[in-house]
Design a protein around this ligand. Structure first.
Ligand code: SF4
Length: 123
């Protein structure tokens, strides 16, 4: 029986959750205070995913950078590829919240969207 200890990221309580697995199958989840913790533990040991947040450069804007995030979770194993891919990205102002900055980042099927408004620079 394989045991994995996780800290649930579902809320600030951060419950210590123990998952017991056998042949890749979840046999039990303990230590969680609510159902969200059980769901998180199942997903984390079978298909871990995360929302990725970062920034990209802006040309001709009131600020030089805009904050961005993946619209949905992407596989944990793709996080560094995603961050690397965003490093060279530069968009033109104006930028609006929700604008697609990169579509289908690293073949995940998930878009990266802006999370901040950037106006054009006034001259
Ligand atoms: S198990 Fe529930 S209460 Fe505990 S950290 Fe996760 S979401 Fe919060």
């Amino acid at each position: 029986m394989e045991k994995r200890e996780l800290i649930c990221i579902g809320c600030p309580l951060g419950c210590m959750v123990t998952v017991e697995m056998e042949n890749g199958e979840v046999k039990s989840v303990t230590g969680n205070t609510c159902k969200r913790g059980e769901d998180y533990a199942h997903k984390e040991v079978t298909n871990p995913t995360r929302i990725v947040t970062s920034t990209v450069m802006v040309k001709g804007g009131s600020l030089d950078m805009v904050s961005v995030k993946t619209k949905n979770d992407i596989p944990k194993g793709k996080i560094f590829d995603c961050v690397r891919a965003l490093k060279g990205v530069c968009v033109e102002a104006p930028v609006h919240i929700g604008d697609v900055i990169v579509s289908d980042i690293c073949g995940t099927g998930v878009d990266v969207i802006a999370t901040k408004e950037i106006e054009e620079k006034r001259s």
